[in-house]
Design a protein around this ligand. Structure first.
Ligand code: UDP
Length: 258
């Protein structure tokens, strides 16, 4: 089933363990981004994966800002499966890396400009260059790495604003990227901003995405963990997520039985 939103206010959503997630597919997501840009006003997109949902349980600020975002897309096999198990199915996975790529494609076609903020020095430039090779009409409004002290936030925000970008991709990892966007959204001057995690590493060619088979079978996390054992902390949230979903399902079933 495809949900095509006509206006920004009518996007259906579910609540998964206290976290809002919209029932959108990629085409609805791009249609919304187009509307956000046409409105000229600031909008925030969050991509919620299992680790974000787990983090939101103990980080009230993070949970608040996810639920306050204009659009929250389901990012990951775990979230899709959990929504199915709890009887509130979503449509498909709409991940940050895929949205970022499709946003660049759409921007090249429709004349929007994109600012790339995040990742190690040099990586955002390389990511933007590679995307420009792929979509030659893409307007890169600016690039900046994501390794700066919080005291530099306002300087970076001013650079993004001065660039006149329509869209801002922030690749500084969860939850820093979401908090940076939320705190600065009114000053950034962009119409849409979203956190994209490790996407610049992928676009730059520094990191390879898991092969399709792993993605299809919900094992992307395993592939990433084998390639980069420092991801253990993130992978460790997955059993916690599964346990929370199973508990919620049992609770729901027992309420129904009463
Ligand atoms: N990063 C950054 N600034 C920081 C910490 C991390 O720009 O202070 C970048 C890091 O180089 C990487 C991205 O943020 O490109 C996070 O990638 P990861 O795969 O950990 O993101 P996830 O999708 O798991 O949040």
């Amino acid at each position: 089933m495809t949900v095509v939103s006509r206006t920004m206010s009518d996007v259906p959503y579910i609540t998964l363990l206290g976290v809002k997630i919209h029932r959108v597919d990629m085409s609805a997501t791009l249609a919304l981004i187009r509307e956000y840009i046409a409105s000229g006003k600031p909008h925030i997109i969050v991509t919620a994966d299992a680790s974000s949902v787990v983090r939101a349980q103990n980080d009230a600020e993070f949970q608040y800002l996810i639920n306050a975002a204009n659009l929250v897309t389901p990012d990951g096999f775990g979230v899709i499966k959990a929504a199915d198990m709890l009887g509130t199915p979503l449509i498909e996975r709409v991940s940050g890396v895929e949205i970022a790529k499709e946003l660049c494609r759409m921007s090249a076609e429709e004349g929007f400009s994109v600012y790339f903020l995040g990742a190690a020095p040099g990586v955002a430039e390389l990511a933007a260059q590679n995307l420009k090779k792929r979509f030659p009409a893409l307007q890169v409004a600016g690039v900046h790495d994501g390794y700066f002290d919080a005291s530099k936030d306002s300087e970076i925000v001013a650079q993004v604003k001065a660039s006149g970008a329509h869209a801002l991709l922030v690749a500084m990892g969860i939850p820093r990227q979401e908090k940076f966007i939320y705190e600065n959204m009114q000053k950034l001057g962009v119409c849409v901003a979203m956190g994209v995690g490790g996407s610049f590493d992928v676009f730059s060619g520094k990191v390879k995405r898991a092969p399709e088979w792993y993605q299809k079978h919900g094992l992307e996390w395993f592939y990433r963990l084998v390639k980069d054992p420092t991801k253990i902390k993130k992978a460790a949230t997955l059993p916690k997520f599964a346990a929370m979903v199973i508990c919620r399902r049992i609770m729901k079933a027992s309420f129904r039985a009463k």
